[in-house]
Design a protein around this ligand. Structure first.
Ligand SMILES: [Zn+2]
Ligand SMILES: [Zn+2]
Length: 218
């Protein structure tokens, strides 16, 4: 059976050369994969055209914006587009569900750009479904992005305050091959945003953050 790879492309992903290099990289690794996509004119269709040009097969899933609402739709939620034509705002989410099943997706690739939500939503849904999901940010080309590896998964990390032994337990997204140091690094990066002081001198909760204390002394 051919594997199915999902591509989702942010509307703002405007780097055609970057897009081509990402698609070529994936195609070289998975030449027989079927490329599943949402068929949006901005992005999805560009990726699909490159994939077909390389000899690949694609499977478009256009959203049925102007089709009838479904039983799950909220009553009277239809909106009008710029031309006044009525559409179902849930057609995009319905389409996403269809792309992810009934045949499984083995891998998702999201070409992301700031301010474009659709592709990010699809990527997040893919992560929630436990599918290895790879983000290719605009401007990064193929260089700074991880190649195929296990997706991140939640792992519990506990950090103790060296002064009061207060413990802060949390789930952080880690990679399978992250060292323990790296996993603590994710937790410390987050805790710093919460008022903790974490560096080579130790971990200190907001109440014992040396920087805060010296401010109070001053
Ligand atoms: Zn609807
Ligand atoms: Zn403390």
């Amino acid at each position: 059976m051919n594997i199915r790879i999902l591509f989702t492309v942010a509307r703002g992903y405007t780097d055609q050369a970057g897009m081509r290099s990402v698609v070529e990289l994936i195609h070289a690794a998975r030449p027989n994969a079927v490329l599943v996509h949402g068929d949006c004119p901005e992005g999805d269709q560009d990726v699909a055209a490159i994939w077909r040009e390389l000899g690949g097969v694609d499977e478009p899933h256009p959203a049925d914006w102007y089709g009838p609402c479904r039983p799950k739709c909220r009553p009277r939620h239809r909106r009008r587009d710029r031309t006044g034509r009525e559409y179902c705002p849930a057609a995009g989410p319905y389409r996403n569900h269809e792309m992810f099943g009934p045949e499984p997706i083995q891998e998702t690739h999201a070409l992301l750009a700031n301010g474009s939500r659709g592709a990010r939503d699809t990527a997040e849904m893919s992560v929630r479904l436990g599918i290895p999901t790879f983000a290719w940010p605009l401007g990064a080309g193929t260089a700074s992005v991880p190649k195929f590896r296990a997706d991140r998964f939640p792992c519990e990390v506990t950090v103790f305050c060296d002064t009061c032994e207060h413990e802060e337990r949390g789930d952080y997204l880690v990679h399978e091959n992250d060292t323990e140091d790296r996993r603590y690094g994710y937790a410390r990066a987050y805790l710093r945003t919460q008022g903790w002081h974490c560096d080579s001198t130790g971990d200190f909760c907001p109440n014992h953050n040396p920087r805060q204390l010296s401010l109070e002394d001053a």
